[in-house]
Design a protein around this ligand. Structure first.
Ligand code: GLN
Length: 231
């Protein structure tokens, strides 16, 4: 199968942690990776005359995979941070996000981030949510491989709150699995997602930025945005 795709054009090797709906997740029926990021990187690839092929991996493995040259880009709801920008290049921002907190629906004591002092918090390993949660006084932070595992821990009562990206929390709450949970308080901060590229691959970063400019101009970005976020 890979030989066949190679014949169809140049392959863009994409790394992503694919349990982060609505940005990247697996279609239950087709098993395809779908979501906002998946549509965006396919469109960016197409614009560059390349076919995006997605490899699923742990979030904390994405930057090492770029550094090792095992993937060309990472798109994974990844926040552009100074620390990460020391290791990889980022495209222009493509989505405005921020961290929010989720508690059990029947919890009436935790209302904002300042109420998390001394509490038990579940986060995804290697994320901005993990580093922000660790800054809270006297907290016990439990790190999970992905956001769904953190949510399971909340619903089973193992933690008091989940700290995670707002749009992912909103999507989770809107789904059947999130019926016993709620988002409380204002978002902690504002963050922006970017596509990560290996430092040495500056040419690819430029091409991606040009492709994104084109997708914004021709309305394709808007179409993808509306498809997943509806506004
Ligand atoms: N935006 C967060 C970060 O970059 C979480 C990303 C994710 O879990 N996929 O750390």
């Amino acid at each position: 199968q890979s030989a066949k795709t190679a014949d169809q054009g140049k392959v863009l090797r994409v790394g992503s942690e694919t349990t982060f709906a609505p940005f990247e997740f697996q279609d239950e029926k087709t098993k395809d990776y779908i979501g906002f990021d998946m549509d965006l990187i396919k469109a960016v690839g197409k614009q560059m005359g390349m076919e995006a092929q997605v490899q699923s991996m742990g979030f904390d493995g994405l930057i090492p995979a770029l550094e090792a040259g095992n993937i060309d880009v990472a798109i994974s709801g990844m926040t552009i941070t100074d620390e990460r920008a020391k290791k990889v290049n980022f495209s222009k921002p493509y989505y405005k996000s921020g961290l929010s907190m989720v508690v059990k629906a029947d919890n009436n004591t935790l209302k904002s981030f300042k109420d998390l002092e001394g509490k038990r918090i579940a986060v995804q390993i290697g994320t901005t949510g993990a580093s922000e949660a660790k800054k809270i006084k006297d907290v016990k932070v439990r790190e999970f491989n992905n956001a769904p595992e953190a949510f399971i821990e909340l619903s089973s009562g193992g933690v008091d709150a989940v700290v995670n990206d707002l749009p992912v929390n909103e999507y989770y709450i809107a789904q059947a699995g999130g019926k016993d949970a709620k988002i409380v308080g204002e978002p902690l901060n504002s963050e922006e997602y970017g596509i990560a590229v290996a430092k040495k691959n500056t040419e690819l970063t430029d091409k991606i930025n040009k492709a994104m400019d084109e997708l914004k101009k021709n309305g394709e970005y808007e179409k993808i945005y509306v498809k997943w976020f509806g506004k």
